[in-house]
Design a protein around this ligand. Structure first.
Ligand code: ATP
Ligand code: MG
Ligand code: ZN
Length: 503
């Protein structure tokens, strides 16, 4: 026997088998029982939530020889023929592939012919939003005065694209996404009846990933069955979906918050080396950030995409340290990266840059907070000394403005490059050489800035600002007492006229 995909094998045959969509199920079933169905319905809602399934159940119920309580019997010749697609009076049109007016004209003519086999002619038009304007107009004429024995069931995932004139002639049912629990329950049933053992956690991940669509969930189950005999574990599902464990994401975020650049870079490498896709990883991070944000707002009531409830407690610390502004910014960065990665190959670099940018943002935010707190508590004793060092040399505000200008120019060209460069400091410019310093801990940033792509971006910006090309020197400056050492180093480099900005 040919293999039948699970989602087909498990197409609900009766209203009773439909998961969710209570409102549609209840009122349609009653309308069938009381013989007061409308001539036209519009089923609107996300993919794989039961629109076509319910349309077929209606088509069977109105033509069934032995309907029971509004349900089709699925045993009479009409039901069987409809199930097999051999029933002349039930016509399925896929508007996505038949956009033309000809099909609808044809339909207009055939509508006039009495049912050949059954009691009612049922036209199911899937993806109806794909019809052309002319086709819609032709359809409208038919909807205006349909013969008694004709019924239209239109289905769409994009109801906003349906003309109001069409909508106003239909009874509309809005289908909803199925909940994770509803999907898990159905998957469990399928697994049991097919004698495949699934870890509960594995089912949960499939259901969460399906984003409310039952068809996608069943398709994933199919893929897993094809590759695995015996008990299916959480990690099998992660492999098939090409996604990472939620604990991995939790750790990754932990490293970002701890500003541990090295750990972040290493974790990304590990995941990619294990065969995960950069885009998928960005996507997972988007889900994760979303979960964390929701958790901040709703606490235990949050409904998670990627986080396992068991691991929820790991989020508490992150919830406290990562404020909402940071999470929202990070979310924007990751969504952006995810989009970009759709069109580019090896996305490792982009991915790293996005995480580094997140680190930069949280560093800035935390520094700003701690600085303002310190100022409030007691004036910094070091301030005087620093001034003394600067005194006699020069006021460095001009240099700061210049550095901001350079950073802004780079940011305009490429945000990841800006994320790298902003960890450095302008030390000075002499003889057409610009010296930019990095603290020891920012070796990664320095090395990436030295790479061709990033260096060229900086070169372009510098040439625009100075009106001539500058040579770039990236140097290390010591870690402790960043500012003072920076000045000392600069003196070594530049002698007395420290960081003198020519031009
Ligand atoms: N509400 C549901 N209850 C049970 N199974 C469902 C439900 N919705 C979808 N399924 C499963 O998914 C498969 C596809 O569903 P269906 O064709 O009804 O979705 P649809 O809403 O028409 O989607 P699309 O918009 O992509 O056409 C079904 O064969 C069934 O296995
Ligand atoms: Mg459909
Ligand atoms: Zn029947």
């Amino acid at each position: 026997m040919a293999y039948l995909a699970l989602y087909r094998a498990w197409r609900p045959q009766r209203f009773e088998e439909i998961v969710g969509q209570e409102k549609a199920v209840k009122s349609l079933k009653n309308a069938i029982k009381e013989n007061r169905l409308s001539h036209a319905y519009l089923f609107a809602g996300p993919r794989g939530t039961g629109k076509t399934s319910i349309a077929k159940i209606i088509a069977k119920a109105v033509n069934c020889e032995n309907p029971q309580d509004g349900e089709p019997c699925n045993a009479c010749s009409s039901c069987i023929d409809i199930n097999n697609g051999n029933f002349m009076d039930v016509v399925e049109i896929d508007a996505a592939s038949n956009r033309g007016i000809d099909e609808i004209r044809d339909l207009r003519e055939k509508v006039r012919i009495l049912p050949a086999q059954g009691k009612r002619k049922v036209y199911i038009i899937d993806e109806v939003h794909m019809l052309t304007t002319e086709a819609f107009n032709a359809l409208l004429k038919t909807l205006e005065e349909p013969p008694d024995y004709v019924m239209f069931i239109l289905a769409t995932t994009e109801s906003h694209k349906i003309p109001a004139t069409i909508k106003s002639r239909c009874q509309i049912y809005q289908f909803r996404r199925l909940t994770t629990d509803e999907i898990v329950e159905r998957l469990r049933k399928v697994a049991e009846s097919d004698n495949i053992e699934f870890e509960e956690e594995a089912l949960l991940i499939i259901a969460r990933r399906a984003n409310g669509g039952m068809r996608d969930a069943l398709s994933v189950m199919d893929q897993i069955n094809a590759y695995k005999d015996g008990r299916v574990t959480k990690s099998d599902v992660l492999d098939v979906l090409g996604i990472v464990d939620d604990l991995f994401l939790i750790n990754l975020m932990e490293s970002v918050i701890n500003r541990d650049t090295a750990a972040v870079v290493k974790m990304i490498s590990t995941a990619l080396n294990e065969g995960k896709e950069a885009q998928q990883l960005a996507r997972e991070m988007v889900f994760y950030l979303r979960d964390l944000l929701i958790y901040q707002g709703l606490g235990e009531k949050a409904d998670f995409y990627v986080i396992d409830r068991e691991n929820m407690h790991f989020l508490d610390k992150q919830k406290a340290r990562a404020n909402q502004a940071f999470l929202l910014k990070s979310l924007r960065i990751m969504i952006n990266t995810m989009e970009k990665l759709r069109f580019s190959e090896g996305g490792k670099f982009l991915l790293e840059m996005s995480f580094l940018e997140m680190i930069e943002i949280i560093s800035e935010m935390e520094n700003a907070t701690s600085a303002s707190q310190k100022v409030e508590v007691k004036p910094q004793p070091a301030v005087k000394e620093v001034k003394k060092v600067n005194k006699g040399t020069r006021d460095n505000s001009e240099e700061k403005v210049l550095w901001q200008k350079i950073l802004a120019g780079v940011k305009e060209k490429k945000i990841p490059t800006h994320a790298l460069l902003s960890q450095g400091k302008l030390i000075g410019i002499k003889d057409d050489v610009i010296y930019i310093g990095f603290k020891k801990g920012y070796k990664f940033h320095k090395e990436r800035m030295e790479e061709k792509g990033n260096r060229e971006i900086l070169e372009e910006v510098l040439e625009k600002i100075f009106g001539k090309p500058l040579e770039i020197q990236f140097i290390f400056i010591d870690d402790e007492q960043y500012n003072d050492i920076m000045v000392k180093k600069a003196i070594e480099y530049f002698g007395e006229d420290i960081v003198q900005i020519k031009d």
